[in-house]
Structures are given as C-alpha cells and as structure tokens.
Design a protein around this ligand. Structure first.
Ligand code: HEM
Length: 390
C-alpha cells in the first residue's frame, strides 16, 4: 500500500508491514508548560494525520500561502508519493519524572505527570558491555517515521521538528535503511549487515493472539500499576538500541563460526538443528559429538521463547551506516527497534542474558538506547494523541 490509515485502535508503524527506510528522532522539551506540551501533541497529531495521507504539512503547502511568511511545508516531498509513510509517537520516562542527575538526585516532574508514569517505563539497567553515548540515548518524546522513500521519512521529521520550534528540540536522530525484520507473513525475510536473514521468528501482524499476549498493553497491566497508567491501554513500549557491529572482524570469521554464533544457516536461514527457514529450532538436538546443534551460546537459542519464559517481541529494526571511525572501520550496525507489552518481562531479562552470554556479543557494541511508552492510536474523529480526556 502507498498509504496507511493514521487513525485506528493502535498507532500505525508497529504491525504495519515494515517499510524499507526509517528516520527516528528523539526530542527534549524546552518548556515547562503543560499547556505548551499538549498544544505540541495536538499540532503533531494533526500534521502527522496529513503527512501520512500524502498531504502537505500545512493546508497551504510549500508554494502558496502568505508571500511574506515561510511556507507551511518545507517542500522536498511535494512531488513524491506517500511511500507508505507511518509516524509513530512515544513518551520517554523523563517526560514524566525528569532526568535524575549522576549523583542520584531525582529529576523534576516539570509537567505534573509523575502520577501517570506507566510501570513498564523503567530506567533500563546498565547491561554488561554497554557503551552507551548519552547524546544518542533517551529523550522526552520520540517520533518514528518509516517509509519506502528516505526523503519522505526525513521530510516528515523535519516538518514535525519545525512545528516544535520553541517547545522541543531534537536530542538525537537515527537514519536506517534495509529493514531487518518482517512484520507480515506476506513479506520476504530481509538480511542484516552480518548477511543473515533477520525477522524469521518475529511476531507477525497476522498473529492476533500473540499480539495481544506480547505486544499490546492490556487494561489489566494498568490495573496492576500503582500510578494511573490506564491511558497506555492498547499501546505498547518501544525499545531502541543502536548496536554497532564490528563488521571487519565478522568478515574475517569462518562461515562455520558465523553460523554457530547465530544458530542458523547463512543461506537458507534454517536452524542448525535442521529443516528450512520456518522450521522450529530443536534446542535439544545433538550432533555426533553429543554437543547441541544449536550451540548453548548461540543468539537464536538465547533469544528463543523457550529460553525466555515464553516471551516474544515484535522486532522492527533497520541497518545503519554512519560513516567510519579514524581507523577506517565502518560505523555500521543494526538499529534495533522492538515493541513489547512490558519491558520488565519482555526485554530486560532477555537483554541481560544476551549481553552476558550471547556469542554474537563478541561482534557487537551497544552505543545508544531509548525506551518509550507508545500510546494507543487516535480514534476516528478525535485528533489528540495520548489524550484520555483529562
Ligand atoms: C533472532 C540477529 C540483536 C532478539 C535473530 C536472528 C538473527 C538475529 C540473524 C535469526 C532470524 C530471526 O528469527 O529473526 C541479530 C543481530 C543483532 C541482534 C545481528 C544485533 C546487532 C538482538 C537483540 C535482541 C534480539 C538486542 C533482544 C534483546 C531476537 C529474538 C529473535 C532473534 C527474540 C528470535 C529468536 C527465536 O524466536 O528463535 N536475531 N539480533 N536480537 N533476535 Fe536478534
């Protein structure tokens, strides 16, 4: 499809078939005024509803309107099709409780929102081997723009950022290409920069029971919270991790080692226990030497639901290449994005295991991180995101 509806029970850009390109921006608010925050969300919602339907950011468009004012759309997407644009908004922990200082002093609740902090919007622990850059982490708000044309995705973020002038500024951004997941059974599994198929065992849009169990926040989770987090019912949490891959080291590694580390074959993407791409891995199968065919420290074994209390996630990441370092090595990797029902059960335990035991970690470095609460969609007729009427 070239356009996806903006309104609906859930925000677009989650189960929407993963587009080819990403531009994601995290923003910090520069105001302490709750009215200005609400006004920004109102303007963003209206603008996103227009942009995703292939309209200009404002009613006049890039080349009309008052001659002595800047046009209400920047113009670079004027002749381009909507390219399947989706815009997904999320709220960081700092929006609710501010940012604690390094000495442990709690942050300030600038907007009177502390009693709305959803239970899952935790401060992520420091995982083994984390090398996070604060300038590439966190943020009060996040905007995920996905499209099949990078210019369409960048145009969307640029215009939303322009609309935020005086209220919020960009803290960090990430450009992604080459989706590293499939979110629909109709999509072919793409490959990540290690050359392996990625997204085979993802939660897919067609699995409605799994979406309810693992991706959407149910009302019962809000009921269990000590804060008033009912507003997140029908929403989700977005985990973002900028994971640099040491491509040059990987490229000098034998095929045998590469497959053992992942736990799947490089060509077909089949589990090393046998079968084809979509055969369920048999974690109990052993070879002639008695060793498990899917190695104990392989990524697939450690990320598999049976190793993680049955939890699954909806992965929606992208490849990135941000130039090179002073030694001529590519600053490239996987911008990991995943939607989960509750990071406390569906992300933190798995990342703890992976960071500690995953053989893939020898070739990875986590350099950025964000966690955001993603409200449910805006229903038809109403146009304010994250608004529960209070
Ligand atoms: C599966 C690569 C990071 C969670 C896979 C697969 C590959 C892969 C090749 C097998 C194909 C598939 O089922 O999609 C990578 C690379 C990473 C990375 C290159 C980093 C650069 C992560 C992280 C997490 C994660 C950080 C979660 C914390 C999963 C899960 C599966 C998976 C849940 C499916 C496992 C299953 O059900 O069998 N990954 N991954 N991955 N990965 Fe990753």
């Amino acid at each position: 499809a070239s356009t996806y509806p903006f309104t609906g029970p859930h925000q677009a850009g989650i189960v929407t078939p993963a587009q080819d390109r990403l531009y994601l921006a995290a923003f910090d608010l520069t105001t302490d005024s709750r009215e200005e925050l609400v006004d920004l969300l109102r303007r963003w919602t209206t603008m996103a509803a227009r942009l995703t339907q292939g309209l200009s950011a404002g009613p006049f468009g890039p080349a009309s309107g008052p001659y002595d004012a800047p046009p209400d759309d920047t113009g670079e997407a004027a002749d381009l099709p909507p390219a399947g644009l989706t815009i997904t908004f999320g709220f960081g922990r700092s929006l609710f409780v501010g940012t604690p200082s390094p000495d442990g002093t709690p942050g300030t609740d600038r907007f009177g929102l502390a009693d709305r902090l959803p239970g899952g919007l935790v401060e992520l622990p420091h995982f083994p081997q984390d090398a996070l850059d604060p300038a590439r982490s966190d943020g009060d708000l996040v905007v995920q723009a996905c499209a099949d044309d990078p210019q369409v995705a960048v145009h969307a973020v640029r215009n939303l950022s322009r609309a935020a002038f005086g209220t919020a500024t960009i803290r960090w951004t990430q450009l992604g290409y080459g989706r590293t997941s499939s979110t629909s059974t109709a999509q072919k599994t793409p490959r990540n920069l290690f050359g392996f198929k990625d997204g085979t065992a993802n939660v897919k849009a067609e699995e409605s029971a799994a979406l309810d169990e693992h991706i959407w926040v149910p009302a019962s989770d809000a009921a269990a919270d000590t804060t008033d987090s009912a507003w997140l019912t029908g929403g989700s949490y977005l985990v973002a991790r900028r994971i640099r891959m040491t491509i040059e080291t990987w490229d000098r590694t034998s095929l045998r080692e590469q497959e053992a580390v992942v736990g799947r074959t490089k060509g077909e993407g089949a589990p090393l226990s046998g079968g084809t791409e979509h055969t369920e891995p048999d974690l109990t199968a052993t070879g002639g030497d008695g060793a498990p065919l899917v190695a104990v420290d392989s990524h697939v074994r450690l990320a598999h639901p049976t190793t993680n209390d049955g939890v699954r996630m909806l992965r929606r990441g992208y490849n990135f290449t941000d130039g090179n370092d002073s030694l001529g090595r590519l600053d490239a990797g996987l911008f990991f994005l995943a939607f989960v029902r509750d990071p406390r059960t569906h992300y933190v335990p798995m990342q703890t295991t992976l960071s500690r035991d995953d053989a893939l970690m020898e070739y990875l470095q986590h350099t950025g991180s964000g966690l955001f609460a993603v409200p449910a969609g805006v229903p038809d007729g109403s146009l304010v995101l994250g608004d529960d009427g209070t």
